[in-house]
Design a protein around this ligand. Sequence first.
Ligand code: HEC
Length: 151
Amino acid sequence: MHYKIKPLTLILILVVTCGVAWAQFAKPEDAVSYRKAVMQVIGRHFGQMAAVVKDQLPYDKDAFEFDSKVVAMMARLPWEASLVPGSYAGDTTLKEKALKDRDGFLAAAQKFEDASQELLTAAAGGDRGAIKSKFGATAKTCSACHKAYRK
Ligand code: HEC
């Protein structure tokens, strides 16, 4: 049986869920722990991929593609949480420069998102040469952002 959501219902759902997304960063510490958690997941899966690219772990196409999917999806998440005023002191390594240079920070984030999508495409294709090159390109976007915006 088909179930249709009326447009008004859909708008209400969007308003409510967006409200929740904002509310969870009402405290700067919440934004810090969220962005760090996302980065830890990215780091874990990207680290596994690095081991495969360096031939320290055997290449398994499905596992590698899964890790790429996780990274490409997580790559879209932590930016809002990185631009919360008051979240640059305490247990964080993010410089306030991210907020002051919002456009530059978001451009660095976009480069990473784009590179991780290309890496996912290569992972789905299974060509190890392409994988290696797209992995390297993605890794460069990690360090570029960290170098510019982390303490
Ligand atoms: C556009 C910026 C940006 C990009 C791109 C980026 N990061 Fe990060 N990363 C950050 C910021 C900001 C922090 C610090 C968060 C904090 O301490 O509040 C961070 C922190 C981390 C941490 C430490 C988390 C912790 O618990 O302190 C790891 C691990 C990490 N990043 C891995 C990666 C990897 C791997 C990539 C690429 C695949 C990547 N990051 C790409 C901005 C970025």
